[in-house]
Design a protein around this ligand. Structure first.
Ligand SMILES: [Zn+2]
Length: 129
């Protein structure tokens, strides 16, 4: 990603915030058994992802924010698109959406936690091919 590295692209691909090259997670978000496995250090620049013990506990708040956004989006969509269906439709729609997106909510909450509160910035010297 040298010369062309963008923070948004690195966030979307769950790459290391310092080098934008190393993966943060060991497996794909579609791997239901190991979607939460993270590398302890960046495989490229050796940056330690868990900056301090319990650092990623804060990602729960980001994940909660994602969940609230999904509840509002699904609720508003059902209200207007399905012409205000019965309550059970809202419950099933919201619950199903949250369950389907669980792996990505978890991963992006951690990625954003690290990018927003990790006090680490992209450094081109680590982005060498
Ligand atoms: Zn790195």
């Amino acid at each position: 990603m040298a010369q062309n590295s963008s923070t948004l692209k690195a966030i979307l691909h769950a790459k290391c915030p310092r080098c934008h090259r190393g993966d943060m997670f060991t497996h794909s978000g579609f791997s239901l058994r190991k979607f939460d496995d993270m590398y302890e250090h960046c495989p490229v620049c050796h940056f330690r992802y868990e900056i301090e013990v319990g650092f990623f506990w804060g990602a729960m708040y980001i994940s909660y924010g994602f969940s609230v956004a999904i509840v509002v989006a699904v609720g508003v969509s059902l209200y207007f698109l399905a012409n205000d269906p019965p309550l059970w439709v809202y419950a099933v729609g919201v619950t199903g959406s949250i369950i389907l997106l669980t792996t990505f909510l978890f991963r992006y909450a951690r990625v954003l936690m690290l990018y927003l509160f990790g006090s680490v910035h992209y450094d081109p010297k680590y982005d060498q091919a």
